[in-house]
Each structure stands twice: as structure tokens, then as C-alpha cells.
Write a protein that binds this ligand. Sequence first.
Ligand SMILES: [Zn+2]
Ligand SMILES: [Zn+2]
Length: 325
Amino acid sequence: MKIAVIKNDKIETADTGTLSLNGRQGAVVKVLGCGLCGSDIVKFVHKISPDGTVLGHEIVAKITEINSETDFKIGDVIVTSHHIPCGKCKYCRHGNISMCEHFKSTNIFPGGFSEYVYLTEEHLLNVAHLKPDNLTNIEASFYEPLGCCVRAVKRANLKSGDTALVIGLGSIGILMAQALKASGINAVGCDLLPERVEVLKSFGLEAYTELPQNFEADGIFMTSGADKAIDTALKYVRSGGKILVFSSTPKNFGYANNEIYYRELTVMGSYSPSPVDLQDSLEMLKSGQVKVSGLSTVYELENIEQAFEDTMSNKIMKAYIEVTK
Ligand SMILES: [Zn+2]
Ligand SMILES: [Zn+2]
């Protein structure tokens, strides 16, 4: 089977052996396509993942072999995510599911940028769903990234009618703004790139390169890790408001102690989705509350390196790697 693998600071396609259940529980799926996530870029660029790693986790795939207690069967087209919380540890009991050791240690094998992937029974039981008929494969591949946004919206716990500012209108910012709107929040976006502002406007939301005078938000959603984004957040958050951190920064810098203290700010993070967030995400995609058409640019697996380059240079919003035609 074909895979795209990290080797000597590059991503190369290679042919490896086949993948089968060999008596295990779970399923082998043929990957139809896989979205390229910002976290894949971070892992590659900052050399977090060693040689031999197959990245990718936003998969849409067809079941080709199965041994499971679930109702899934051969031929089903599914979406799934990669991590599963244990539900019992101190992190899970406090709602911090993505800090759970089990969550961190579970994954799909070898990774989404592969012709075939092995899913455990746990994946099938907790985070896999049939792809809704009214969604294309590309649209359905937003299941996991939108799930991350749904979780961030829930964690911020804003009140209905509150105003939220989404800083950074890459594909995640576009999803975040729509997830906020779907939750009854008045979402406004900003980005330095006019074409990205236009994309959010085309989805029927307010967006600016320069925010109106006296603009103020109850919650700020940081989908950009640029230096300036933190200044923008502190400028527009109302006193007593919340800043939801949803992006890493190039170096270690942060929020000012005195600003948090005197302005009674809440600065919080949100990382990865729970199984319930993922279910909500699929509902939002299925019902059309969150629209994703036109966000993706399609690349073949052989051209995956180009997909990484075009994403990093902001040439495209989101790459979708078509693994099987
Ligand atoms: Zn992702
Ligand atoms: Zn746990």
C-alpha cells in the first residue's frame, strides 16, 4: 500500500506491505481522503515527529475488513477521529479529556496519509460514524477539525447573544466562527488578509481586516499564533471577558499578569475534541449550520509535499489529500 512518510525532513511517498486484521478486533479501512491539519504542519516543521511517521488524522474511509461488535460493515464509508478518552481518570472526570493518558496514547495506524488504516474496536465504538449521504467526502473530512472548534465554543461557555471575536481566518477560524454562530453567539472575524475576510463574509458572517472603533468582545478565540494576535486580543476583549487560546505561538510568550489581574480576564485553552463534541460537529455539518464548501484544495498523495508548502505559505485555506480516487 502507498503511504506518505516523513524522511530526512521531507515527506515522501513509499510502498509498504499490506495491512490486515490478522485476527484482531476492529477494522481495516481504505482511506478515500484525509484533511491536512495545522497540527500536522507543526509536527513536520518543528521536527516533533521522527522519521517513519505517517501524519494525517482527518480521514474519510471505506471499511474493507471488519471484526467488531458494532453495526459497521464492509463497504460502509465512515469518518473517525484518532484519540479516545478513558472516561475514568482524573482528567476525564474533570472534563479535560484531551489531557487523558489513554487519549494521548491512542491513534489510528499508521496515519491518515496512507492507503489503508487500522482502526481499533475502541475507535469504532466511540468516534467513528457513517458519513452522512448529503456530505461529499471533502465536506465530511471537516468532522474532526470542526469537533475541536465545538469543544472550544463549549469551554468558553459564553452566554447566548454575547459577541465573540475570532482572530485568524484560516480554515479553523472559519469553522470556529460558524460553530459560535450555530451556538447562538454573535461571531465576528478578523484577519490581516482581505481575501480571508471575504471568505467569512461569503458564509454570511461579519468580518474585518480592521475592526470598527470601540469594538468589544465578551470572548476572543485565538486561531492565530502570530505575535500581533495577542495584542489584538488584549485590545478588544472587554474587561471581565475571556480569551480562548487555540493555537501555538512560534516562541514562548504569553499574556501579561497585570492585565489578567486588573482586568479580571479569564485566559483558557482548548485542545482536541471529545466523542460528544465530534457528534455535535457531524450534526452541524449534516444540517448545513456549518458550511465548508470551497474551503479545500485537493492534492493527490504523490503531491503531498506541495500541499504542505501551499498551506504554510497561506496560498490555500485547507488541503485535502485524495488518497483513493
Ligand atoms: Zn486535525
Ligand atoms: Zn481518562
